[in-house]
Design a protein around this ligand. Structure first.
Ligand SMILES: C[S@@+](CC[C@H](N)C(=O)[O-])C[C@H]1O[C@@H](n2cnc3c(N)ncnc32)[C@H](O)[C@@H]1O
Length: 306
């Protein structure tokens, strides 16, 4: 274990490798380096090159480890995958995205992603820009409610936002436990509930702080542009909001089967399609879920450029 207290187990690694299909002499992008699980596996699978991206500078010690092992076959670029076109100038044979936060980010209490421990309400992956505390203390109540509803699918978003607006009149909300306590006053946890109800609001704030859904949309579009013909785009996502974006992106950019008439054969429209093939959602095996509970909500989709 290198940069973290708890190792990040790469999710659906075997399926990702099968979909990406690394070959000698080719170039791949790991758009979400994290603990380098995918990067290292790709480098081991073929005598290829990997360009890795991450917006979080705390991954740099692990980047150094991989550099020591793989030398010029590995290159790291610090930045957001929404800037894929600026970070990756070269054409590529494949790209993989493993969306969301890493176990290291979740487990480092001071990053403020989790309410398992009390910590400053931060949640910034890049450690720059507005923190979750900034949003919680400054956004109009309405806007806060929209974030909780749209990004957390929280049914009691208006009531939570109202409680937050009331609480911050007395004193700014600065810690994870303070916020969790306010949320729990509205949505109480019942004994049979596996997931704490504050999780939805924390997820929503994290998505807003890091502009995650826009990043994903931009990242997919720009990565697809850089793929050569036959190149592969592989995405692992963890919740319905992300999966909707990935599914729609693949669907809208794939060859479509048109049913012209009941009596004639199906026709395939090929005009402006980017991908010749797009997979359905693939889920982790029961065995993987047993070994790594974090994988339980993962979905993998991949597409192959025309
Ligand atoms: C789930 S982890 C990836 C784990 C990695 N596949 C592994 O096996 O170790 C996601 C990583 O993506 C990074 N990340 C999330 N959004 C990003 C973005 N928009 N641009 C660049 N990196 C991002 C996070 O900082 C985090 O390190």
């Amino acid at each position: 274990m290198s940069i973290c207290h708890q190792k990040h187990f790469p999710v659906m690694l075997a399926e990702v490798l099968q979909a990406l299909c690394p070959k000698d002499g080719e170039t791949y992008v790991d758009a979400t380096f994290g603990n380098g699980g995918y990067t290292e596996a790709i480098l081991q699978k073929a005598n290829c090159r990997v360009i890795a991206l991450d917006r979080d500078a705390t991954v740099l010690p692990r980047v150094e480890e991989i550099k020591q092992l793989y030398g010029h076959r590995f290159d790291f670029r610090l930045g957001r995958f929404g800037d894929f076109d600026k970070l990756v100038g070269e054409n590529i044979n494949g790209a993989v995205f493993d969306i969301g936060v890493s176990s290291m980010q979740l487990d480092q209490a001071k990053r403020g992603f989790s309410f398992a421990k009390d910590a400053p309400l931060d949640m910034r992956m890049s450690q720059e820009g507005q923190t979750a505390a900034d949003l919680v203390n400054t956004l109009p109540e309405e806007e806060l409610a929209d974030i909780l509803f749209n990004f957390g699918e929280e049914k009691k978003s208006r009531q939570i936002a109202h409680k937050i607006a009331e609480a911050r009149k007395t004193k700014p909300i600065t810690s994870t436990l303070e916020l969790a306590h306010i949320i729990h006053q509205v949505v109480k946890r019942s004994f049979d509930q596996a997931i704490d109800p504050a999780t939805r609001s924390f997820q929503a704030l994290r998505i807003a702080v890091n502009d995650e859904l826009n990043e994903l949309q931009k990242g997919l579009e720009k990565a697809a542009d850089k793929l050569i013909s036959g190149g592969r785009l592989v995405v692992v996502d963890f919740h319905s909001l992300e999966d909707r974006i990935v599914k729609t992106f693949f669907k809208n950019n794939s060859e479509k089967t048109i049913h012209v008439s009941r009596y004639r054969p199906q026709q395939t429209s090929t005009s402006d399609a980017v991908f010749g093939f797009a997979s359905k959602a693939i889920v982790p095996s029961a065995q993987e879920i047993g070994l790594n509970n974090r994988s339980r909500s993962a979905k993998m989709r991949y597409a192959i450029k025309k």
